[in-house]
Design a protein around this ligand. Sequence first.
Ligand SMILES: Nc1nc2c(c(=O)[nH]1)N[C@H]1C(S)=C(S)[C@@H](COP(=O)(O)OP(=O)(O)OC[C@H]3O[C@@H](n4cnc5c(=O)[nH]c(N)nc54)[C@H](O)[C@@H]3O)O[C@H]1N2
Ligand SMILES: Nc1nc2c(c(=O)[nH]1)N[C@H]1C(S)=C(S)[C@@H](COP(=O)(O)OP(=O)(O)OC[C@H]3O[C@@H](n4cnc5c(=O)[nH]c(N)nc54)[C@H](O)[C@@H]3O)O[C@H]1N2
Ligand code: SF4
Ligand SMILES: [Mo]
Length: 898
Amino acid sequence: MTQTDTTCPYCGVGCGVSAKVVNGQPQPVSGLEQHPANLGRLCVKGSALHETLGHDGRLLQPFIDAQPVSWDHALDTVSRRIQQVIQQHGPQAVAFYGSGQLLTEDYYVANKLMKGFIGSANMDTNSRLCMASAVVGYKRAFGSDTVPGCYQDLEQTDLLLLVGSNAAWAHPVLFQRIRRAKAQNPAMKVVVIDPRRTASCDIADLHLALRPGSDVWLFQGLLAYLSQHDGLDQDFIEQHCQQFETTLQQALAQAANPEQVAQQCDLDVAQLRTCYQWFRDSRRCVSLYSMGVNQSRCGSDKANAIINVHLASGKIGKPGSCPFSITGQPNAMGGREVGGLANQLAAHMDFNADDCDRVQRFWQSPGIARSPGLKAIDLFAAAERGDIKFLWIMSTNPVVSMPDADRIKRALANVDTVVVSDCMADTDTMQYADIGLPAASWGEKNGTVSNSERRISRQRGFLPPPGEARPDWWIISQVGQRLGYRQQFDYHHPADIFREHARLSAFENNGQRDFDLSALTELNQAQYDALTPLQWPVNERYPNGRQRLFDDGHFYTATGKAQFVPLQATAALSVSQPPGRLIMNSGRIRDHWHTMTRTGQAARLNQHISEPFALLHPQDAKQRQLSDGQLVEVSNQRGRLLLRARVSDEQRHGEVFVPMHWSDRYSARARVSSLIDNTHDPLSGQPQLKISLVQARAYHPDWQATVFSRDDISRPGQRPLLQSLDYWASGRNEQGFFCELASRGDSRDWLQALRQQMAQQSSQPLHWVSFDDPKRRHYRRAAYDASGLVCLVYCRSGGQNSSLLNRAWLSQQLATGQPDSQLRMALLNGHPPGPQQDQGAIICSCFQVGDKAIQAAINAGHNNPEALGQQLRCGTNCGSCLPELQHLCDATAPTEIA
Ligand SMILES: Nc1nc2c(c(=O)[nH]1)N[C@H]1C(S)=C(S)[C@@H](COP(=O)(O)OP(=O)(O)OC[C@H]3O[C@@H](n4cnc5c(=O)[nH]c(N)nc54)[C@H](O)[C@@H]3O)O[C@H]1N2
Ligand SMILES: Nc1nc2c(c(=O)[nH]1)N[C@H]1C(S)=C(S)[C@@H](COP(=O)(O)OP(=O)(O)OC[C@H]3O[C@@H](n4cnc5c(=O)[nH]c(N)nc54)[C@H](O)[C@@H]3O)O[C@H]1N2
Ligand code: SF4
Ligand SMILES: [Mo]
């Protein structure tokens, strides 16, 4: 048995994970008690990590033009093509597009190769879609990209503002820490500022369901309020800040009157005042902000509007007080440290002449890039125009995650050489790769990541990479060497790269740059392997890392003072929204990660929400004669989605929420970013992924069906079967796969096609049993081979729902051998013989407890999450479902929040 301490590959909380392997088999993971980010806890995604380690769907060998090739051949070809493009078109025709999911060492080498040796700064990253606006906010205010605070601040605060953050689902372990802190300190208040009533509102004392995009108004109003109500920290402003007067004047000119602000934000003025008053009266306050702030055409201004009120009230650099941009990806921070964005150089340096000279000297580079490169939207636009001849995409899936996502397909088709490094073979982006490179994945890789509170932790490998998969740093260094820079890319272990990265951070620093790892420049491999989690800077003064920055009132601007940023709020969209349209918001659900290449592998994570959906307000649904569970077409001039409607007053009237996760791999028409345009923040280049105008109307299929099968009927190669259908969404369950279907026409035609395809592909003869009720248009099929059940299909008429199917039970039957005749009958009925309770949709993924079981327990009097936990165990492991348990209890016996 081996036991390895490592770090979770999902969100920016950066939890420590202990991974055990027995006889080569990975065991269920557990949280690392001694890791300061999680103190032993994991959320549901973290707890299911071992379920994602199978080799199903992995890319196992390099390929060129769909033909498998050796690494030597692939790397030679990549290098030769880069050289050819540089010779014929110059370095600006080469581009890299990376990811906050690369390890720091991978990222450092990619950035070094591009900016230092290819000589163009066209290296951007998916962090452009994620925290580019937060970076601009910090740099404008502090002169550096510095997260001032730490996780303890969230526990030590009196008032926590969650602004555009659904931490309950997106940063669950941190959210549980906050929940516990609040339980221990009942005086602590939480305000959620989000157009939607999300799971995070479970612990909210106040929810401000503001009009999307109106955050700058709200915080300008707060600044004005503080000045009018004795809420300023004059000493702090005078000693440590600049540009206060102009900033305040602009806020007063626009937002002196809370009534006006409330109108702009579409909020109740009394609630708004309450929030303002709490901020003024709370000695300590943290504003935790995320994608509702960053992914906006005014994301940078939103960030500075938040920072302005913290500076004005001196609520920064103190325990329990700071403006805190929480990062999404496991290594979004590491990417910022190495300069992964096209407008950064490396180690928190920019493209001014001094920084370029310094980095060039350090890297001994022949010709460093001297001006910023193309940001993601511009980069793909240049690709579409044919200006990019060579594009290398690493660890990201832009065909799903970039705005105007169908245009990304056109752009990729227009690049001479597209290289994609990914662990998985079937991503939507891999379909466009001329050269595919198999990357090692979590559990096989070795390096460091930095979490949201600047904490550097080790990711350590505990499994051998399958097939020919290799770590990203190795792949990139090999190309660097083949381009002629043998010495500069002569790395043998990630520790070599980390030391160099630390040395660059220290190089001619003299206290001028916040990012400083000078105490780590001499780590040998054993020390690197044993590195325990540390918050940067790590230098002579702070050899064990630094918990908070700016506690000394010193900022990294030329004057050493923080800068207020004067702002002008602009009207949010819905003021002039055309009638009949809806504002579409997009974001995350609890159990899926991004484009599902990882969480799609774990049966447990596919049960909470198993289909792509559109969340609609009851009035909007009624207007469109739509009911919960029906299919809805959401469209605009860019495209059309087909989604399952969920109707709820959690959603504001006139708005619709669609998750970002479903790709073409898992659904027919659910890539939400294909409807989103390229509107972006002018300073950060970050796209406005949260606001798009769409229409919605009911879609009426002639038939719908649910399939349970041993093999995945949606896997590539099987697709012709699904391509003719209007709607399908597939996923994994415990013993196989499920697929929900809907279309026009006669379902029997499709059943026939399914039968033919399965006959062709099966190695044994299949025996089909059927049940037809033509009047109700119910057609049911079960296919058996010698070992038992292979496939179950339940077709129904278009208007009927499938609530009578007992999904949990049905999926288990795929593994139970040959059923007797009674069971065969029950299988066609869709539920077990005799009384057996249907779980319903899974709410607690850890213990697989469904909503029907929970509802029954609530009805029996167990009407709070603790009692439910005692009764059913739900919510007692990772706690990610506690907000939903509370919600179900509240729905049975409503309680008021302000
Ligand atoms: N389960 C899960 N967790 C994840 C991820 C995942 O894929 N799945 N991804 C990780 C990543 S990379 C990231 S970046 C984070 C993101 O974490 P979050 O930012 O918390 O997640 P989102 O759901 O994208 O958006 C947050 C909220 O912003 C709200 N919002 C929309 N428009 C506005 C607005 O104008 N103003 C305000 N104030 N709010 C608005 C949305 O309604 C939404 O609830 O999550 C990380 N954690
Ligand atoms: N509509 C809408 N769009 C969004 C967002 C939104 O809120 N709404 N959010 C945006 C945000 S914040 C983000 S961060 C992005 C995320 O979007 P993406 O980065 O496109 O999503 P992922 O699915 O995480 O893609 C990571 C890819 O890298 C692969 N991979 C995993 N590990 C490794 C590795 O070690 N090496 C290599 N080479 N590959 C690996 C995975 O298989 C996967 O294909 O989406 C953005 N897009
Ligand atoms: S909160 Fe969950 S997803 Fe995020 S790092 Fe921790 S275990 Fe992983
Ligand atoms: Mo993100």
